[in-house]
Design a protein around this ligand. Sequence first.
Ligand code: FAD
Length: 278
Amino acid sequence: MIPPIASKFVAGETPAAALDHSRRLNDRDVGAILNLLGEHYDEPEAAASDRDAYLDLIDDIARIDGDICISVKPSQIGLDIGETTFRENLEAIVERADDRGVFVWVDMEDHTTTDTTLDAFEDFAREYDGGVGVCLQANLKRTLDDVKRLADVPGKVRLVKGAYDEPETVAYTEKSRVNEAYQDLLEYAFEHYDGGIAVGSHDPEMIDYARDLHAEHGTEFEVQMLMGVREDAQDDLAEEYEVWQYVPYGDKWMSYFYRRVMERKENLLFALRAVVSG
Ligand code: FAD
């Protein structure tokens, strides 16, 4: 049972709880991106178990008429075990999702995984005609080249600032430099992409920048934010733009909640306030 303090950021322990939350989001005109919490498995059985959980979830989503998709972490479906395991599991998920009309996002983990993740994304996005999206991180110095590489690949790209502590050799470590890089990536994408851009950020400055670029170039985009973060802004933006909420669920909620609190101490106060005010 998830304590009320964590339930601002995690939809529940079961797929049923995640789907209930998704229905409520859809009623607010916000789409749901469901992520089963789990990462860094060393055993093929653990990766296969999460793969199977996603296959069942896809079947459940297909039975509902709603804006619901999934987002998968490479290391939860076998990337730490090997590239072959990861690709086989991802293909099983993408194949089922393609058959059921469900979109699949691939999260991005630390920089040592970028090439393998992008190669798999590109192959499956081409093979399954754009039913797949991938996350790219503005803090990595390589990312402008990756955004250029993906311009002609069907599917979607989620731009984020980057959640992993990376070495200075490969990443910008100053916040202001990451913000500058993020805006450069937005500029390139809005100028060269035919849509399929997801702005995965809570930062009003980045979102306003994307809105200005949309007004200038007409390129379609969507905004993505995490469950429990700037929920009011999600509703406001949904009046004008496509908005999706990333919704984690599952029994491994403790470390996810801890991360949200560590990255922004106000999240703890916010969660406490929500509990106190019911
Ligand atoms: P920050 O730089 O953290 O904050 C900038 C400003 O945004 C703040 O000054 C404030 O004005 C506002 N803000 C931020 N948080 C809050 C808050 N809690 N309450 C109120 N205002 C706030 N990272 C990865 O590495 N790989 C992934 O696959 C990945 N997927 C993601 C998917 C989604 C949908 C999202 C939203 C993020 C994802 N991330 C991922 C995380 C991302 O890389 C950042 O670490 C995270 O989003 C924080 O950066 P930010 O752009 O939101 O703004």
